[in-house]
Design a protein around this ligand. Structure first.
Ligand code: GRF
Length: 187
């Protein structure tokens, strides 16, 4: 099986990156992680790119310069799928148009509920019983594109945001790779 090339954008701890890299080593996984780009020079996730010998770029620069270099690299390396895994910068409409239908993101809520930041506290404040995560295609609006996969997490009465984050992230690690498999099984 010829694997497609994927790139992952990160800004922080990179635990989703780690799980996708691990799953991508499976012979039947449809993509190879060929590049990791961080917009934050202090992102802990960079260590996973190093550990698994994946080419990585640290572009801790203005959004305009970041996007110019990133587009060049994605095209040069023939990247077919771009995964946003804890990437904390909103991409420009122009960037998204360049890779229409090829960018996916993970969000820690059951979209369309709780778009944006600080999801766990908002979910708890609203006394929700159920939350989860969503992997979706990226369009020009924030946390908005077509859903690929959702995974649900039940909230216990005593859960605080730290516990809830842990439970949701455990599901994220499964959801992201499932979503990638699903995209290519539909093609
Ligand atoms: C995840 O919870 C994801 O849903 C959100 O940012 C977090 C990233 O965590 N977009 P990590 O960097 O993958 O550890």
């Amino acid at each position: 099986m010829v694997k497609k090339k994927a790139c992952i954008f990160i800004s922080g701890s990179g635990t989703n990156l780690r799980s996708i890299i691990k799953n991508s080593r499976d012979y039947n996984f449809p993509v190879n992680i060929s590049l990791v780009i961080s917009n934050n020079k202090n992102a802990r996730g960079i260590c996973f790119a190093k550990k698994f010998s994946i080419p990585h770029l640290i572009l801790d620069i203005s959004k305009k310069k970041f996007e110019k270099i990133a587009i060049r690299e994605l095209l040069k390396r023939k990247i077919k799928l771009l995964c946003l895994a804890g990437f904390m910068r909103i991409l420009s409409k122009n960037f998204i148009r360049n890779f229409k239908g090829k960018i996916i993101n993970i969000h820690p809520s059951l979209l369309p509920k709780y778009k944006g930041l600080n999801t766990f506290n908002r979910v708890l404040d609203a006394k929700e019983k159920l939350t989860g995560c969503t992997v979706h295609f990226v369009d020009e609006k924030l946390d908005n594109g077509r859903t690929i996969i959702k995974k649900r997490v039940w909230i216990n009465k005593n859960d605080n945001s730290k516990e809830l984050k842990k439970k949701v992230q455990t599901e994220e690690y499964k959801a992201f790779s499932m979503a990638i498999r699903k995209i290519y099984s539909l093609n």
